[in-house]
Design a protein around this ligand. Structure first.
Ligand code: PHE
Length: 442
């Protein structure tokens, strides 16, 4: 069987986890959602919810050895048919990919921009980015096509020669870039301002929206609740310590988000005291900051966007793999065909996502106060915790107790095991259900 090696698995799973969520989304969400208070809830969720669900999701794949639907079906002792429906999670990934690939396209545009003259002043930069989004659909579609081709190419090659190999290259380079930029940012006077912006919580800013964003983001950033981790874990070598593997993934993912966040705000505050610029943060503000560094700035901009591109690709690959695994089985088709079918879906909806920001077409793709892009982003943050609830309940109540104990007994002591199960059975589902209902009905 085409299994990962242990290191290959860690690389690929860290690759799945560390993505646009860490470097593009996390920094602007911090500013939008109340700074340090958001960061605190996010960290709290990673430690007390994320790691427990991560272990549960890995365990389902590791024991089930199949795609999302199959693993649930094989392991369920009753209601197999119903549990098999959990396969909807794999489609959440396809759904995320529709906008993810578009954003990777924007990154490609900024890689090219780094070779020429960077925008001078925030106003110019904003204008550049906004006109790109609202009128330049041909370049956007071209870059989205490029992202689609790269992702499809890697996934077609399969787990071992595609995903594992790509991540052996992408992850170390990405880590070096982020860490290098972080070390450079320490030399800026604004470094300490950035630290206190990210780590000083202002609790008056906490409300249910901030909570859901932080929890939803914690799921998004470690790739939980949509079967990526499960699907990768189905190719884990036997006798892997999944508790350790989960800690590594959560650790690297959180470290990259925090390093990237502090680094980005240190650069930003060296130029302006204004933090809040939404999804445009790395596209509008950073190029202007880099511009003020002269030629060195072009270089910094280039490596930053290349790093972001690598982060995006390794996650995009992991968003596609669950559906591909599923389609190979149910359609009894080849990997290449499964990639083309699912790829075409996200490619075409991705084009609609692009048109949902284009001035002349956006009114047809906007409902209420959100366009298609925002709706997909918004719904994702509900679907992932929902996936998390299902996985928690499944491991907590449905997995045969003996199998569970036999698998985990060398990886956790008894007390930790009991706390983990209690957490999966009660605390996590109740907290997440309460949060989702609160959001839906508020
Ligand atoms: N974790 C990725 C990121 O932070 C996104 C992702 C979500 C990838 C779910 C796979 C599954 O960008």
């Amino acid at each position: 069987m085409n299994n990962f090696t242990k290191l290959g698995f860690i690389m690929a799973t860290v690759g799945a986890a560390v993505g646009l969520g860490n470097i593009w989304k996390f920094p602007y969400m911090v500013a939008e959602q109340g700074g340090g208070a958001f960061v605190l809830i996010y960290l709290f969720t990673i430690v007390f919810v994320g790691i427990s669900v991560l272990i549960a999701e890995m365990l389902i794949g590791y024991l089930g050895r199949g795609d999302v639907g199959q693993s649930f079906e094989v392991l369920a002792t009753k209601n197999k048919y119903l549990w098999g429906k959990s396969v909807f999670m794999a489609f959440t990934g396809l759904f995320i990919l529709t906008f993810y690939s578009v954003v990777i396209g924007w990154i490609v545009r900024y890689i090219f921009l780094s070779f020429g003259s960077l925008p001078v002043g925030i106003e110019n930069s904003k204008e550049l980015f906004e006109s790109f989004l609202s009128s330049d659909f041909i370049p956007q579609i071209s870059f989205h096509t490029l992202a689609f081709i790269v992702v499809a190419f890697i996934v077609i090659k399969g787990i071992k020669s595609g995903i594992e190999k790509a991540n052996y290259f992408l992850m170390p380079v990405l880590m070096l870039i982020i860490f290098g930029l972080f070390v450079y940012s320490i030399s800026l006077d604004s470094f300490s301002t950035s630290l206190s912006f990210i780590f000083n919580p202002d609790f008056s800013k906490l409300n249910s929206d901030v909570m859901l964003s932080a929890v939803g983001h914690a799921f998004f950033t470690i790739s939980l609740g949509m079967g990526t981790i499960l699907t990768y874990s189905a190719s884990l070598p036997k006798k892997t310590n999944i508790v350790k593997a989960s800690f590594w993934v959560a650790f690297f993912d959180t470290a990259v988000a925090l390093f990237a966040g502090v680094m980005i705000y240190a650069f930003l505050f060296s130029y302006t005291s204004e933090a809040n610029s939404g999804p445009g943060l790395v596209f509008i503000s950073l190029p202007v900051v880099f511009e003020s560094f002269g030629v060195l700035g072009n270089f910094l901009s280039l490596i930053f966007f290349v790093g972001l591109f690598f982060a995006g690709i390794s996650s995009a690959v992991s968003l596609l793999e669950p559906v591909v695994m599923y389609l190979i089985r149910v359609l009894k088709t080849s990997r290449a065909k499964a990639v083309i079918y699912s790829g075409l879906f996200f490619y075409i909806v991705g084009i609609l996502v692009i048109f949902s920001s284009i001035d002349s077409t956006k009114e047809y793709l906007t409902w209420g106060d959100k366009n298609l892009f925002d709706w997909i982003d918004h719904i994702t943050y509900l679907l992932l915790p929902l996936g998390g609830i299902i996985m928690s309940l499944f491991v907590g109540f449905v997995l045969p107790r003996e199998l569970l104990i036999n698998t985990m007994k060398n990886q956790m002591n008894k007390v930790v095991f009991n706390v983990w199960i209690f957490n999966l059975r009660f605390i996590i589902p109740i907290a997440l259900i309460w949060m989702i209902l609160d959001k839906v009905f508020s």
